[in-house]
Design a protein around this ligand. Sequence first.
Ligand code: NZQ
Ligand code: ZN
Length: 392
Amino acid sequence: MQNFIFNTPTRVLFGKNAEENVGGLVREFGGHCVLLHYGGGSAERSGLLARIRQSLTGEGLRFVELGGVVPNPRLSLVHEGIALGRREGVDFVLAVGGGSVIDSAKAIGYGLVDDGELWDFYEKKRKASGCAPIGAVPTIAAAGSEMSASSVITKEEGWVKRGYSSEYARPRFAVMNPDLTLTLPSWQTASGCVDILMHTMERYFHRNDGMELTDGIAETLLRTVMKHALVLRDEPSNYESRAEIMWAGSLSHNGLTGCGTDGGDWACHKLEHELSGLFDVSHGAGLAAIWGSWARYVYRFDAARFARFAHKVMGVSGAGTHEEMAEKGIAAMENFFRAIRMPVSLTELGVHPAEDQMREMAEKCCLAVGGKAGVIRPLAVEDMVEIYRMAL
Ligand code: NZQ
Ligand code: ZN
């Protein structure tokens, strides 16, 4: 077991009508002037934003608004938010929406307390020394940004998508009402479920002994998400399943499923960020489209781990070599993706990268990680190009 730090400073308010407490929470966490940040319209249409405004007003808080965050959130809107926040004396950023909104809020938060070039953080040229306090009201269970340290932003110039993590950006609170996810299109629900699974799977595929408890939590989380993703496919209004998935989304990315390990592989996420940076696809669906190819490319480098995954997570039974078990486990996960109508290839994702685009993504990816990506089988440019080809 490796030494680890587990830091989850985010206060979670979970359950029906939880959003009514937002104003009080902002006040308690020191906010006086709030930037209310949201996406492209779903939170307005559902009436959620009206309830949030009412809660802020009820606490006597001043607030300004910036909507329009798109999936794969853009740097230009972040700059707009920073300028607005500075002009208005904003001291708290409240994100109401999906992971894209929360990530954009975190980026604005960095910019509000730093005069330098914000993108430097995302290019790992500098480290942040602070972030304005963030509060989150997630409306989709997916990215886990409501409890995570990271923020992923896309710079339009060159379509470069980069993440930056620091403890400063972890939200002060997350208000999670599973009912808020009821308006999601089923495809978006499923895409979110894949992302939740992948945040634990990236950590699960590591290269050291790990920790029995961490493995056990991870395996339970993965089985739980798969079970309830299937329920939601057939019964999108099932509250219990919405709630299980929403809580899993936070626990999958707040560090819990990586305690005591080397941190995990994460190559799939790196490969996908290039894909959604260049082709603007939904992150979870992008992960589903490449995971099988990644797994088949790397599994022989730790077949025992993949065999354990097959057995404990995918329920593959019977005898066989580690390699045989691993292959069955990979096929079973792809079948699960199909069952929730997620793509298992780039073609099914609707993306057809040319050879030079696959190379461009691989080169950008290696540049972003400063060398090879992943730990199961560290991937260089040629490896990545091959995985993209396999995923076609
Ligand atoms: O903009 P609106 O109208 O709200 O529509 C959104 C958007 O079109 C819609 N939506 C959200 N909640 C809804 C809803 N529609 C109806 N009803 C609701 N209740 O869903 C669409 C997708 O929203 P988005 O925020 O992009 O989804 P998600 O939460 O999957 O976030 C994806 C982003 O997070 C990044 C991804 O790369 C991607 O950019 N990630 C962030 C991470 C982090 N900060 O820790 C980790 C992840 O690995 C991931 O990379
Ligand atoms: Zn993700």
